[in-house]
Design a protein around this ligand. Structure first.
Ligand SMILES: Cc1cc2nc3c(=O)[nH]c(=O)nc-3n(C[C@H](O)[C@H](O)[C@H](O)COP(=O)(O)OP(=O)(O)OC[C@H]3O[C@@H](n4cnc5c(N)ncnc54)[C@H](O)[C@@H]3O)c2cc1C
Ligand SMILES: NC(=O)c1ccc[n+]([C@@H]2O[C@H](COP(=O)([O-])OP(=O)(O)OC[C@H]3O[C@@H](n4cnc5c(N)ncnc54)[C@H](OP(=O)(O)O)[C@@H]3O)[C@@H](O)[C@H]2O)c1
Length: 469
């Protein structure tokens, strides 16, 4: 065997969310690639886990237990973590690519989609992406403030993020107190004056993207009634056909059943109300210096030739007073310098995980992608496992076929990073942050108290045993 064949293969995975960890796991598993493999996992933040830490709702702690799986990956031989290192800023794509046999981008989609309506940029009009990042203690969102003094909040969108946001606005101080919601958000949400949370879907109940447990949970809140009008559960013919179509998703009928039960409930006088409204779209946000209201247009459903139902505006409009509009209409990926980007889909330009050159249409040797930045912003944590495994299967096939490029720079990226980001955080450093946060949470009966400042995180990460903060 030549030296080339005996040397370890080196892979860089950029983004330490679920997709990044599942890609690293598969590369290190010995199932896809034989022989010695080394994986360096990078994240722009000191903390790993992506949206498991900064997306998943704080009142859903069980879902976050998936991090145990990721910690096992990090404990494997050949794994290194470079936290606090942003590819495209601290180190460039070419500097990474030249040192590895392949690079896998798993950078997620953390930005917001726009409604494109007048008034969208008024204060009081908030992207759910920002609100979620804020209550979850994302360092980028730590200085945001939200005015929660309005009696009514309007949430636009019918996905699970809209449900998370509505529920977080409805939780009581007691419900919040036992979570790892960022302290600044617990303070603000506990003093919120919001009494009504109106969740608005552009299509009908049968087309809502919520999953059943999430919709059900809205009916089980300690101090919020759920309200659905009987008209909204009285489905039009198009929706009935939709539910009975070939290959219909059982989740949709179940959502209708859950909401139908809600429509029979009498409000019990709880402090807050969550109202679900369907077949309405925002036309404009009204206000001079800040949001004072929202104009909604009533929609009707129209089927295309394939039976797909879209929302079409009617001429019927109404204005609703509100000081807070949360736009929860989906996340959006961002381009990375030096990496081909499909602007329309807002994903890295790829075919089955192989990154494709925009000019030639050919795969770029040694460049791959997985997770939300490959597929777009949909799917639960587990979806990213299959997605990452599929990508690694393509990578392994390319390796078998001798199509992976040989690294042109034999130096260790750790030396470059030591120069550029001397206080970057390795996995033991993250584990010190983790232990610190858990210790802060323990006396309060909380899973952790999140640090929200990267300087503070870095300081804790570099503390030697026995030192105090
Ligand atoms: C609000 C919300 C709640 C959710 N709740 C649930 C839930 O309860 N259950 C469930 O199963 N799924 C949930 N999901 C879905 C789940 O979080 C996603 O499927 C999953 O996180 C996507 O994984 P990813 O690795 O592609 O992206 P992410 O999780 O976004 O990870 C991407 C990582 O890349 C890093 N990064 C970005 N750019 C760079 C760069 N240039 N250099 C280095 N690092 C970079 C980011 O810091 C981040 O850590 C939720 C999603 C959202 C938005
Ligand atoms: N507990 C959990 O498991 C959990 C929690 C949170 C998130 N997630 C997952 O994370 C992913 C992202 O969730 P998400 O809620 O951001 O996205 P999503 O599920 O794609 O929902 C987006 C919603 O926004 C609506 N929308 C899009 N453009 C709109 C516009 N211009 N005007 C009005 N409404 C518009 C969509 O309506 P149309 O259907 O009409 O397009 C849809 O109702 C999903 O896969 C979700 O399941 C899971």
């Amino acid at each position: 065997m030549t030296e080339e064949h005996t040397r370890p293969l080196k892979f860089a995975v950029i983004g330490a969310g679920p997709a990044g960890f599942y890609a690293a796991a598969q590369l290190l598993s010995g199932k896809a690639i034989e022989g010695e493999v080394r994986v360096d996992l990078f994240d722009r933040l000191p903390t790993p886990y992506g949206l498991v830490r900064f997306g998943v709702a704080p009142d859903h702690p069980k879902i976050k237990s998936v991090i145990k799986v990721y910690d096992k990956v990090a404990a494997k031989d050949g794994f290194r973590y470079f936290g606090g290192v942003e590819v495209g800023k601290d180190v460039q794509h070419d500097e990474v690519a030249s040192r590895y046999d392949a690079v896998i981008y798993t950078t997620g989609a953390s930005h917001d989609r726009r409604l494109g309506i007048p008034g969208e940029d008024l204060p009081g009009s908030v992207a759910a992406t920002d609100f979620v990042a804020w209550y979850n203690g994302h360092p980028d969102a730590k200085d945001l403030t939200f005015d929660l003094s309005s009696k009514r909040a309007v949430v636009i969108g019918n996905g699970n993020v809209a449900v998370d946001v509505a529920r977080m606005l409805a939780l009581t101080p007691t419900e919040l107190a036992v979570t790892d919601t960022a302290d600044h958000a617990i303070d603000a949400l506990s003093n919120s004056e919001i009494e009504e949370i109106l969740v608005v879907g552009r299509r009908g109940l049968a087309q809502a993207a919520f999953t059943n447990p999430e919709l059900r949970e809205l009916g089980e809140l300690e101090d919020a009634d759920i309200i659905v009008s009987p008209e909204d559960v009285d489905l039009d013919e198009g929706s009935k056909n939709w539910l009975n179509r070939d290959g219909a998703d059982a989740r949709e009928q179940k959502n209708v059943d859950i909401a139908t039960e809600y429509s029979t409930r009498t409000p019990t006088g709880k402090k807050r109300k969550i109202i679900l409204r369907f077949l309405a779209s925002p036309v404009k946000l009204i206000g001079t210096d800040r949001v004072e209201g929202i104009e909604l247009v009533k929609n009707e459903l129209v089927a295309d030739d394939d039976g797909w139902l879209s929302a079409r505006p009617t001429t019927e409009t109404e204005t609703i007073q509100t000081g807070l509009v949360l736009r929860s209409i989906g996340y959006r990926g961002r381009p990375l310098p030096g990496v081909p980007f499909d602007e329309q889909r807002a994903t890295i330009n790829n075919l089955d995980g192989r990154v494709i050159d925009l000019q030639t249409g050919d795969p770029i040797p040694g460049l791959y992608t997985a997770g939300w930045i490959k597929r777009g912003p949909s799917g639960i944590i587990g979806t990213n496992k299959k997605c990452a495994n599929d990508t690694i299967a393509e990578l392994a096939a390319d390796h078998q076929a001798g199509k992976l490029p040989t690294p042109t720079d034999q130096s260790d990226i750790a030396d470059l990073i030591a120069e550029r980001v001397p206080d970057h955080v390795d996995y033991p450093g993250w584990q010190r942050i983790d232990a610190h946060e858990r210790a802060l949470g323990e006396p309060q009966g909380r899973p952790r108290v999140k640090l929200v400042d990267t300087d503070e995180m870095t300081k804790i990460a570099h503390q030697t045993a026995g030192a105090t903060s």
